[in-house]
Design a protein around this ligand. Structure first.
Ligand SMILES: NC(=O)c1ccc[n+]([C@@H]2O[C@H](COP(=O)([O-])OP(=O)(O)OC[C@H]3O[C@@H](n4cnc5c(N)ncnc54)[C@H](O)[C@@H]3O)[C@@H](O)[C@H]2O)c1
Ligand SMILES: [Zn+2]
Length: 405
């Protein structure tokens, strides 16, 4: 038996944010990031709609990108003090993920971060509040997923919290919010979304229910992402839906080791002056992982099917997989994303010398490999890597080497 779970409601299309006017309740807390939602007027609109619904509104502001355990605990305390019956998470993956974790702690104040990280181990929520997620980036799809990614900065490691309990009650996918994204954010979140669709399609937990949205999403992202990056507003609006469909696919169909590696490399070099942004990490690692996973029969068939579905050419199965890899690498070039960590500049753009020095990388490689294998996303990857294979894969994504094992 498998399970396919989504939010009860997805409001989408222009004006979708206005549905907040019709919520029934007494108190709502809005969880938001560092300022973009305020700057572009979306925070004021959200607050006004909730007040129109007769609710008292409080704010939890300043949730940082790649939110920390501390941010979650502090936010949960504010929720406990205020007592909301609605939690409205507004912004990109970071504030929405942080709000999901705060929600758990709000409902169960004794729950520790370690308790939250037990996969599919969250107790029943919604005893105190329901959850609305309003996404402003076109990538993580956390507005529809059962996941939240929180960073433990002491360990330099990102931990996924995974349970259908934290799937939002309502997702709002309003294209207006995506129009203000700067170009770099479009690139990174868009590559995150296509990675979700491709990983979900080859995952060992995939099903008919997840294959359908995954294929539709990846094909449309192929048509729209570069256009959206170059300022096409209609493509930008379609991307907002496509990334959400990719989320519907991976929330139940799960992911693979592209994400395991991205989670375990994202913050681990923070002491060198930067993060490897989630979507950029996926964009660099996906072509290497496809080559690695293609040694698995079923995965190879599925990658070849993707290449056919996206009309990428190739006669034999190997040619089709090579075409898919070449296509994805070309996308990185179009979106100004490097191909490997050694060329990843502190500003995320391709650089002659990246921000992660080789000696630092080599010194941490083993631990990263062990952590990546232990990541929650590894279990559904088509091929289970040994520590040695994961170290070799990490070399391939550090130096941009071909995968031949
Ligand atoms: N829960 C999941 O299923 C899931 C899946 C993938 C990634 N993630 C996590 O999500 C996080 C990344 O989220 P993200 O990529 O959405 O970015 P983000 O939420 O970290 O936001 C990045 C920056 O973009 C700004 N921003 C957001 N929306 C904007 C808009 N419309 N206009 C202008 N600026 C805007 C924010 O203020 C912030 O400075 C990572 O921590 C990643 O690990 C979660
Ligand atoms: Zn992702």
């Amino acid at each position: 038996m498998q399970r396919f779970t989504n939010p009860r409601d997805i409001y989408h299309g222009e004006g979708a944010l206005e549905v907040l006017k019709s919520l029934k309740g007494k108190k709502a807390v809005i969880c938001v990031g560092g300022g973009s939602m305020k700057r572009f007027g979306f925070l004021d609109k959200t607050k006004a709609y909730l007040e129109e619904a007769g609710m008292e509104v409080a704010l939890i502001e300043g949730i940082e990108p790649d939110p920390s355990v501390t941010t979650v605990m502090e936010g949960a305390q504010k929720m406990l003090d205020f007592g909301p019956d609605w939690i409205i998470a507004l912004g990109g993956g970071s504030p929405i993920d942080a709000a999901k974790a705060m929600w758990i702690k709000y409902e169960y104040p004794d729950c520790t971060f370690e308790d939250m990280c037990k996969i599919f181990g969250i107790p029943e929520l919604r005893k105190k509040a329901k959850f609305v997620a309003v996404s402003s980036t076109s990538g993580t799809a956390t507005e529809v997923t059962a996941f939240s990614i929180i960073t433990d900065y002491d360990k330099g490691v990102k931990y996924p919290i995974a349970d259908f309990e934290i799937t939002p009650d309502i997702a709002i996918v309003d294209p207006e919010l995506a129009q203000t994204m700067p170009q770099k954010l479009v690139a990174h979140t868009g590559m995150d979304a296509i990675t979700h669709a491709i990983e979900a399609y080859v995952s060992t937990a995939s099903s008919d229910f997840t294959d359908a949205p995954a294929l539709f999403a990846m094909d449309r992202i192929k048509d729209d992402l570069v256009k959206s990056y170059n300022g096409d507003t209609e493509a930008r609006a379609r991307m907002h839906n496509s990334q959400c469909l990719a989320g519907i696919a991976f929330s139940s169909g799960l992911l693979g080791i592209v994400h395991s590696m991205a989670h375990k490399t994202g913050a681990v070099f923070a002491d060198q002056g930067a993060h490897i942004i989630h979507g950029a990490a996926n964009a660099m690692y996906l072509p290497k992982v496809i080559a690695f996973n293609a040694k698995d029969e079923r995965a190879a068939e599925r990658y070849a099917f993707i290449a056919d579905y996206m009309k990428l050419g190739g006669e034999t199965r190997d040619e089709k997989i090579a075409a898919l890899i070449a296509y994805l690498r070309g996308m990185n070039d179009d979106l100004n994303i490097p191909h490997c960590i050694a060329r990843y500049g502190a500003d995320s753009y391709p650089a002659e010398v990246g921000f992660v020095p080789e000696d630092v990388y080599l010194a941490r490689r083993h631990d990263i490999a062990v952590n990546a294998i232990g990541d929650a996303c590894t279990g559904s990857n088509p091929r289970q890597p040994s520590v040695e294979e994961m170290e070799k894969l990490l070399d391939c994504v550090y130096y941009d080497l071909d995968v031949d094992f």
